[in-house]
Write a protein that binds this ligand. Sequence first.
Ligand code: ATR
Length: 307
Amino acid sequence: MKYYTIDQLSSLNKDQEKLARFAVIGNPVKHSLSPQLHQPALDDLGEDARYLRVEVEEGQVSEAFQKLYDAGIHGINVTVPHKLEALEACDIVDPAAQNMGAVNTIVFDQKGNRTGFNTDGPGFARAIREEFSVDLGDLKVVIIGAGGGAGRAIATQCAIENCPQVILANRTLEKLQPIEEQLSNLIHREDLKGPRDRIEIIALSDPSLERAIESSELIINTTSVGLKATDPSPFPSRWVEPHHLVYDTIYNPARTRLLRESQEQGARVANGLSLLIHQGALSLEYWLNRDVPLEVMREGVKNALRE
Ligand code: ATR
């Protein structure tokens, strides 16, 4: 079964060896890689649990949470387009997720109360440590596409980690103004200049983007530019220099034009596979309260991408 609808949940556990206990909701959801990420880990840990995809219509997220809980599914991941609606449907929202404006992980307590978390931000911090052996909080960063969902979560994490410089770039500048305001309130380290001076916003088309990139140590692409093999780089990759770390949140294709050309410029590069794995691992840690097998999850996703 590729995915369930919420009306099919009552017959979930008929003729099945393992109990349905975890799910991802989205729309469309059939291409979500979450089952291939989580099921091998659940099996490896010896959990009697299946992880399902469930398609949910917009406006029905809260109702879906109740139906999933009633069906015995007490751990939920949320993917597009439901991350904001999920936040609104929670009883408690983790403060970081509140700042990110999105929730991707739901944990239920014994009474069925819902707490929402966002593991994209902390998952990104772990991904950077794994890929480049540095702490995100020590880096001057520029986020290309900070007005999108993933970009905002990563930008918020950079503020939480007290990065010495956070430059937010986006095609549509207006989307960045409320995010800048919110992040300025979050940043509290005041050793250098005023805290506000460490956050800047800039339009992708602004010529001063070149200077912004030059002054950064970590360049992050969170736009969707690169998903198609024929896509260009989201900014001229000749601006990339050997001192740069370049992280593209896209993992399929594995090497976007940005990553290929940045590598040719001598930079160290990484794709979004590590973010996918770490955000998933953090969800599983919330649900199971134990360490989870990262390498099993990585293999699971790699196998799925090869299919
Ligand atoms: P979300 O992540 O919220 O689902 P999205 O529509 O997938 O949003 O877009 C993610 C990011 O990719 C946004 O920052 C978007 O820029 P805008 O805010 O200006 O729409 C960016 N993006 C998408 N297509 C783009 C393009 N052709 N050039 C530059 N940025 C682009």
